[in-house]
Design a protein around this ligand. Sequence first.
Ligand SMILES: NC(=O)c1ccc[n+]([C@@H]2O[C@H](COP(=O)([O-])OP(=O)(O)OC[C@H]3O[C@@H](n4cnc5c(N)ncnc54)[C@H](OP(=O)(O)O)[C@@H]3O)[C@@H](O)[C@H]2O)c1
Length: 165
Amino acid sequence: MKNVTLIAAIGKKNELGKNGDLVWKLKEDMQFFKEQTMGKPMAMGYNTFYSLRGGKPLPGRQHIVLTSREIEPNPQVTIVRSVEELLKYIEDYKEEVMIIGGSKFYQTMLPYANKLLLTEIESEDKEADVYFPEFKKEEWNREVLSTHKENDITFYHVMYTRKER
Ligand SMILES: NC(=O)c1ccc[n+]([C@@H]2O[C@H](COP(=O)([O-])OP(=O)(O)OC[C@H]3O[C@@H](n4cnc5c(N)ncnc54)[C@H](OP(=O)(O)O)[C@@H]3O)[C@@H](O)[C@H]2O)c1
């Protein structure tokens, strides 16, 4: 689908998170995430939703949460009960929908994505417990948007766009 973008920050071994939280907290990357998602719907799995301030939505963005659980009603949160229901939402919405994690959810949505916005972090963490899925690099064009260094950690904002299928 042309309007599906995955956004994630990953370590050298595709590390995504540990103990229900992020592995690295990088200010300039938080800013990038904010800029890229502001005003757009963000779809996520339950654990990622919960990892955002204990389930308190971020301002200025509709949260689409895939879960079988009950969540406290909030006008900023749309609950979907299946991947099919989410795909229907995306199809009807037409504009860009951001897929913000986590691991299982990225894996499910990767085949539908046309764009990946990855923060590639030049660091490793053996204690990570969730990982970004492997993907075939030859199926994507890779463009480095910017290079950063924070607390001695170098990271890149990279855009992958899917080659014609
Ligand atoms: N580095 C990053 O960019 C980044 C981004 C996001 C998250 N994270 C990290 O990743 C971790 C959370 O990710 P996670 O992989 O544990 O969980 P997750 O994908 O956020 O949530 C898993 C839950 O969401 C629902 N779900 C997700 N995918 C589904 C599917 N394909 N089909 C059906 N239900 C699905 C299920 O909820 P129910 O059990 O309620 O049905 C499932 O238990 C945290 O550590 C977080 O900090 C990192």
